[in-house]
Design a protein around this ligand. Structure first.
Ligand SMILES: [Fe+2]
Length: 445
């Protein structure tokens, strides 16, 4: 697809929004869909209305795309805007200068917890949606949630609790929250940080929550997403005991991280955090590009800027050791959700034209297996779907990714996660714009 360098990147090519909602049934499939895949793959992303310029890639109205798989068939595809108060035109800042947390685009992620499917955006409350992608409405957990909710909550694979946080432009800048396995908001804890920063993701380990307080600071002058790099802010990672007690902050080399791959406690009691790290130059380049104001480089370059990186934080000594794990440019790290917060071996990520499997067991780097997309392009986040039988290995399962095709359409690509071998491509009825995050909602749930 040719690029139009006069249009903002987020309105052009594979990023361009689609104009309407459609559905299609009995989708054509190349290859063999594993019959074990019984459920729905949902993916969220921004989709401005026809003729609308949202002003920044991150703030377009949320649109969910769903593909229903069962019995080796792709039964349907459908796409639906999340019917938020933001879509209806309600302002985020009310006339009395308070925030309307229901007026957010719900455009970043879609998760399931305690039987609820929720579309998430870090500026506000989650929106419940049905398995058919109809909007239920905003959810503040029976009035208990008083901050925004990150789009990247973490479910503890053992307790089933959902850990998350909200960040804000005004104090409290950072608040940790916990939902019980049954979906009740059972804890909210304010965390002191020097100022308001863009905190897109975080991590948990078995005993800790891990916060990334990095130098993309709030600045109302900065436009659509009002954040900019600040050399003076410093950079630190906080390790907070879930059971209570002070946060231990570790100074780190200034950098920005949208996405954590995983974190865990090692045998020596250190907290290991793997994530996709942008240095100052890289994040400034990406930020200009996705803000639509510097469209002079190929779009794919935006995703060539982050590197898989490891921070090893030692509470005994207060020291941080940083290790680059690979020199490829990657984003959207994923894993087997059973390993969240626990020492796992494998992370998956996407690059320009590649889906990558990392084996992080090595001490100095991560060994990569690469699926070359060939004529496909713009791989979306590769969601890991575990094989649903007891004793399955960590990488036994599939990767699902919505990708661009050579003719400007989109496929749902299915790879075997063990060796990244091609299993199937579900041909979707039209292009799915490049977006953010997705999830597999298995029928059993
Ligand atoms: Fe994200």
């Amino acid at each position: 697809m040719t690029e139009n360098l006069t249009r903002p990147m987020y309105l052009d090519g594979h990023y361009a929004p689609v104009p309407d909602e459609i559905e299609a049934y009995d989708l054509p499939v190349t290859g063999t869909l594993p019959p074990e895949l019984a459920g729905r793959y949902f993916r969220n992303g921004p989709n401005p209305l026809p003729g609308e310029d949202s002003g920044h890639w991150f703030v377009g109205h949320g649109m969910l795309h769903g593909v229903r798989l069962r019995g080796g068939r792709a039964e349907w595809y459908r796409n639906r805007w999340v019917r938020t108060r933001e879509l209806e035109g309600h302002p985020f800042i009310r006339e009395d200068f308070t925030f309307d947390r229901t007026a957010n685009p719900a455009n970043t992620h879609v998760i399931q917890h305690a039987g609820k499917i929720m579309a998430l955006c870090e500026t506000g409350f989650p929106y419940g949606v049905t398995p058919e992608l109809a909007t239920i409405g905003p959810d503040d957990f029976a009035g208990k949630l008083t901050t925004a909710m990150t789009a990247h909550p973490k479910q503890d694979p053992v307790t089933g609790e959902l850990h998350f946080f909200g960040y804000g432009f005004l104090p409290p800048y950072l608040t940790y929250h916990r939902l019980s396995a049954s979906g009740e908001l059972v804890e909210s804890r304010e965390i002191e940080v020097p100022g308001p920063t863009m905190m897109h993701d975080f991590a948990i380990t078995e005993h800790h929550a891990v916060f990334l307080d990095l130098p993309m600071v709030f600045d109302l002058e900065a436009g659509g997403m009002p954040f900019r790099w600040d050399d003076g802010y410093g950079a630190r990672i906080g390790v907070m005991p879930l059971a209570g007690g002070p946060v231990a902050w570790f100074e780190v080399e200034p950098a920005f991280v949208f996405h954590v791959g995983n974190a865990y406690e090692d045998a020596g009691g250190r907290v290991v955090v793997d994530g996709c790290r942008y240095d100052r130059e890289a994040i400034n380049g990406v930020w200009t590009q996705i803000g639509g104001t510097g469209h002079t480089a190929p779009k794919a370059a935006a995703f060539l800027a982050a590197r898989l990186h490891r921070w090893t934080l030692d509470p005994a000594t207060g020291t941080n050791t940083e290790t680059p794990l690979d020199d490829r440019g990657v984003e959207f790290p994923t894993l087997n959700d059973a390993q969240v917060g626990r020492a796992g071996r494998y992370l998956y990520a996407v690059s320009d034209g590649e889906i990558i499997k990392y084996d992080t067991a090595g001490r100095t780097g991560a060994a990569a297996t690469v699926y070359d997309m060939g004529t496909r392009a713009n791989p979306g986040e590769a969601e890991f779907v575990p094989a649903a039988h007891g004793g399955a290995a960590e990488d036994e399962g599939w990767l699902l990714s919505i990708t661009g095709t050579a003719d400007g359409g989109s496929d749902l690509l299915v790879l075997d996660a063990r060796d990244l071998s091609f299993q199937a491509a579900v041909h979707l009825p039209r292009r799915v714009p490049a977006g953010f995050h997705g999830n597999w909602i298995p029928d059993a749930s």
